[in-house]
Design a protein around this ligand. Structure first.
Ligand SMILES: Cc1ncc(COP(=O)(O)O)c(C=O)c1O
Length: 305
């Protein structure tokens, strides 16, 4: 297939025709909310499953509400559009689906009032976000995660990703793979664009939804799988910086990152620096669940074909 389709303003258009004007409010002021959703190709079934699309769209409705945006379509309509778009793009491999609700008026001034909303959805073929098999070398970022009453991390707002951009750039330029974000009070928030878990014995520890995090769909998935399938205890609590250095294992999780094992934080390795045992178990289970290979959790996988 030569050119892919994007969904824009109610139509499926060739990607080269999907254009946004220079004076679009979202471009000038970062006023769009979005989701990142993954589709996984199951080779045995010759089926593409989109993972927890419903939960992503519901989160986008919440982001839209916070930002005075009208997301235009119902949940079922979004799911239908995603199915149609992937079918039109004829994907038979892993992919990424990116819906955006954005302020589209050519208005000067950042106010969210008197400003039209538009919806676009694009898809791309996508492999792994983190390359390589080695666990990640991670630092604690010098940049703080934004608190809820600045640009709320609970909403997935494009403008807020300037914060993530500074973190990841600083980390990479300093020779790390990624960064952990800390709030102004010194407490751990999450990764740069992922949630974060520590493993302590048979417990999984993660920061609560009030710790200036995006409350991740993958995070919720891991919490349920760990409790139900791996019989682990899951604890949501504040995490101090020095706890990062003495836990048994740590990993990031997110739609993009999937389950990304961490080998060291601020030059302090976990164990022998290899992927931790619990992390590996969680990673394997997650990889099967997202591909619709675990019957009990097929309810989370939306078939496309
Ligand atoms: C800041 C941030 N935190 C957490 C996540 C993980 O969220 P999810 O698992 O819903 O993809 C993301 C992913 O997009 C993110 O950008």
């Amino acid at each position: 297939m030569s050119e892919e389709f994007y969904f824009m303003d109610g139509n499926y258009v060739p990607s080269s025709e999907a254009k946004i004007p220079v004076r679009c409010h979202a471009f000038l002021y970062g006023t769009s909310v979005f989701e990142g959703i993954r589709g996984y190709w199951n080779e045995e079934e010759k089926q593409l499953y989109v993972f927890r699309a419903k939960e992503h769209i519901e989160r986008m409705f919440n982001s839209s509400k916070i930002m005075f945006m009208d997301a235009k379509y119902t949940l079922d309509e979004y799911l239908d559009i995603i199915k149609t778009l992937i079918k039109k793009n004829e994907y038979k491999e892993n992919c990424y689906i990116r819906p955006e609700v954005y302020k589209s008026s050519l208005k000067i001034g950042p106010g969210l009032y008197d400003c039209d909303d538009s919806v676009l959805i694009f898809t791309i073929k996508l492999g792994n976000y983190f390359k390589g098999d080695e666990p990640l070398k991670v630092c604690v970022s010098n940049w703080n995660r934004l608190p809820d009453n600045t640009i709320p991390p609970r909403a997935k707002i494009s403008g807020a990703y300037a914060n993530t951009a500074l973190m990841i750039t600083e980390a990479k330029k300093s020779g790390f793979d990624d960064a952990i974000s800390i709030s102004a009070d010194g407490k751990v928030a999450e990764g740069s664009a992922m949630n974060f878990f520590l493993v302590e014995g048979n417990s999984l520890v993660t920061t609560p939804s009030t710790s200036n995090i995006l409350v991740g769909v993958t995070r919720n998935t891991i919490m349920e799988l760990a409790k139900e399938e791996l019989k682990m205890e899951v604890v949501e609590r504040e995490i101090n910086r020095t706890e990062l250095y003495i836990a048994d294992e740590a990993f990031f999780c997110g739609t993009g990152a999937q389950i990304a094992p961490i080998g060291s934080i601020d030059h302090r390795p976990f164990g022998d620096g290899k992927i931790g045992k619990k992390t590996l178990e969680i990673q394997k289970l997650y990889d099967d669940v997202v591909r619709g290979k675990v019957e009990k959790y097929k309810k989370w996988c939306m078939p496309i074909y």
